[in-house]
Design a protein around this ligand. Structure first.
Ligand code: GLC
Ligand code: CA
Length: 563
């Protein structure tokens, strides 16, 4: 890879830090995080060394799905504050050189949105065609699977119109009808509204689902159940709509876009992010997070299969090596805490393992999407009791499993590993009550390990996860090789070590990561000619490194960067 041939972009070089506002910082004691809370923590965010802040939805919402059910796209959720708070927050970010990316949730809205309130009244209502309907006189609608419906059925009957509306997600999240040019124009107008306020981009929620198959044909049986996702993502007009959106809105601003791309795979991603396509900049896929996780998040033996993980990540790198641009993430508000999911949250390993995973995210090719609290090594809360869960997804799947007489113990054990609420517990700021998140009762329980795992304790500890993350950001910024360098996987079949080089012009950086709780020795001869004995160690998450003339020995979860 030659630097001279690379088209440099701020959204390729920056590290994205994701804030789930509900759980970041409460400022008024109601137990719910808010915009003022983020404003109060701006210096903390800046000091991390990250560049781009992605905010989960902060728009007006009845919160059936924590803000992913929007009732007014141009207003702020009352619990989070108001537009003045938002403008202050945006200005505070920009003053600190941080970009702000907002969630764009336009596959569906809330049933409390004025559009749906109108639409559901009669077939003649001007808003009726803003949604997808199946008239009851045509019989029962063709089967469509729903993520959050208590019966997994995506059609819901509405008496006043004698028709069924489509909801891929909850009953309170009707899908918007992109076939209707008026609806598209409303959305583009709303996007201009936010760009004119100065935001720097959109993360587009399930954007791959916006185009529905005309007439709702029956899907082939192999796509039934959750497998429908792959069909949902292949709607015939998806690319027409995104190209139109680019022409009407995106191309007029210096902004970034990233698709949340369920159903996007290495063989179709370039249609979304190929530069000549003029659609979106980036996409994030689900291929690695799906390893070892089946329907309803039931885990199997592959859950931490490193060889499969390396294969998936390497295939994705290859797919975008010369065209387009990749993204890298472990966790977000929809997935468990990275250290529990991909390494170990056992007390003796959690700190080192967190640093190792952070090292991976910031040294792979692709823009890293880093989730709040991971810099502190936060881990899954692992609720024992279904009543502790707040997430509509876990609650409905539990009910569905119960109704079918399924294995509820297995369900609960799997959700300790995979449930979304594991990532939604409040950020652990200090060891005071409720981890300094709120003076009231938090909307969801705080992980009891906050007494040991918190930002205040880590602030002045040079070896903390937090300070390691800050260093890592600096090393990344200082070495363009880690951003643009070609990626070459080494030791592909090794079951414990993930090793690769990054190469830019003549510069080669070797990354060695031990993804296991064992001490592992590898041969220097397998390390692409990098002489670890005489090389420069750019970063090491452990106090020492055991090297002989021929071998390198990595302790559990050790991570080293060598030039
Ligand atoms: C996306 C969001 C998730 C939400 C869903 C429906 O997957 O990340 O949190 O529940 O879309 O909007
Ligand atoms: Ca609050």
């Amino acid at each position: 890879m030659k630097l001279a041939n690379i088209k440099r972009e701020w959204w390729k070089e920056g590290v994205v830090y994701q804030i789930y506002p509900r759980s970041f910082q409460d400022s008024n004691g109601d137990g719910v995080g808010d915009l003022r809370g983020i404003i109060n923590r701006l210096d903390y965010i800046k000091d991390l060394g990250v560049d781009i802040i992605w905010l989960n939805p902060i728009y007006s919402s009845p919160n059936d799905d924590n803000g992913y059910d929007i009732s007014d796209y141009r207003n702020i959720m009352a619990e989070f504050g108001d537009m003045d708070d938002f403008e202050e927050l945006l200005a505070g970010m920009h003053e600190r050189g941080l970009k702000v990316v907002m969630d764009l949730v336009v596959n569906h809205c809330s049933d409390e949105h004025m559009w749906f309130q109108e639409a559901k009244q009669s077939r003649d209502n001007p808003y009726y065609d803003y949604f997808h309907w199946w008239p009851a006189e045509k019989g029962t609608p063709p089967h469509r699977w729903s993520y959050f419906d208590p019966e997994a059925n995506a059609w819901c009957y509405n008496e006043a119109t004698d028709s069924y509306y489509l909801h891929y997600f909850a009953i309170k999240q009707p899908d918007l009808n992109w076939e209707n040019p008026k609806l598209r124009a409303e959305i583009y107008d709303m996007m201009h509204y936010w760009f004119k306020k100065g935001i720097d981009g959109f993360r587009m929620d399930v954007i791959t689902f916006i185009s529905k198959h005309e007439g709702y044909p029956e899907f082939p049986p192999e796509f039934h159940g959750q497998a429908m996702i792959d069909m949902y993502a292949q709607g015939p007009k998806l690319h027409d709509y995104l190209h139109e959106m680019n022409r009407e809105v995106l191309q007029h601003y210096d902004i970034m876009t990233v698709a949340e791309g369920p159903g996007t795979h290495t063989d179709n991603v370039l249609k979304l992010v190929g530069e000549d396509r003029q659609e979106l900049n980036m996409n994030y896929h689900f291929d690695h997070v799906s390893i070892g996780v089946g329907d309803r998040f039931i885990v199997n033996d592959d859950f931490q299969n490193l060889v499969k993980f390396k294969q998936v990540m390497s295939d994705w790198d290859a797919a975008l090596a010369t065209e387009g641009w990749n993204t890298v993430y472990f966790g977000n508000h929809d997935f468990p805490r990275m250290v529990t999911r991909w390494a170990s949250d056992a007390p003796e390993h959690r700190r080192t393992a967190s640093k190792m995973l952070s090292t991976y995210l910031l040294t792979m090719r692709g823009t890293p999407y880093y989730y709040m609290g991971d810099e502190l090594g936060m881990s899954n809360i692992k609720f024992d009791n279904i009543d502790d869960y707040k997430d509509i997804m876990t609650i409905n799947w539990y009910q569905l499993t119960k109704a079918e007489g399924g294995d509820l113990d297995k369900f609960m054990e799997s959700h300790k590993l995979c449930a979304r609420d594991n990532a939604r517990t409040p950020v652990q700021w200090d060891d005071s009550e409720n981890a300094g998140f709120t003076t009231g009762t938090p909307w969801i329980k705080v992980n009891p390990n906050y007494v040991d795992v918190n930002a205040a304790a880590q602030e002045n500890d040079p070896d903390s996860e937090l300070n390691y993350f800050r260093k890592l950001n600096q090393v990344r910024k200082d070495n363009l090789t880690l951003i643009y360098g070609a990626y070459t996987l080494l030791l592909a079949e090794h079951t414990e070590i993930y090793a690769y080089t990054r190469t830019l012009d003549d510069d080669v950086i070797l990354v060695l990561l031990n993804y296991s709780d064992k001490t592992v020795t590898i041969n220097q001869a397998d390390l692409a000619g990098v002489d670890v004995s005489n090389g420069t160690i750019l970063l090491n998450n452990t106090a020492s490194l055991d090297v002989t003339a021929d071998t390198v020995t990595l302790t559990p979860y050790q991570a080293v960067l060598v030039r």
